[in-house]
Design a protein around this ligand. Sequence first.
Ligand SMILES: [Zn+2]
Ligand SMILES: [Zn+2]
Ligand SMILES: [Zn+2]
Length: 140
Amino acid sequence: MERCEPLQVLKKHKIRVTSARVALLAEVFRRDDAFSAAELHRATGGGFDLATVYRFLNLLVEKGVARSLPGPQGEQFFEKACVHNPLHPHFVCRRCGSVSCLSGFAFDEKLFEVEGEGFVVEEISLLLRGLCASCREASS
Ligand SMILES: [Zn+2]
Ligand SMILES: [Zn+2]
Ligand SMILES: [Zn+2]
């Protein structure tokens, strides 16, 4: 499946288009893993400040283009939320802090349609914590 087109997605969600935003969103769509705002900032060469990257990512979350998940220290991690990346659980390594997508374990978003109960769902995450393969090897 082809990647989403950043320019089209920005327009579709009525997000003001700037070349910086197109570049950032292209990088978000290029990544198949979860990342921090700082990582994205580094990967895009830092032509804009970190606060701008952070604000833009949160705007994408608000529009449903990206999703936010808690990282190892409770900081925000992000990933694309398009058809190419269905909702799935994440594994966080307590030793090295790596965040891994468990894409093979996608779950049904309908499970979380609890609005009838009066709740409004703003974020969904399932986080598994433990040791990653390389940390496990190092400790045995
Ligand atoms: Zn996509
Ligand atoms: Zn680890
Ligand atoms: Zn993920």
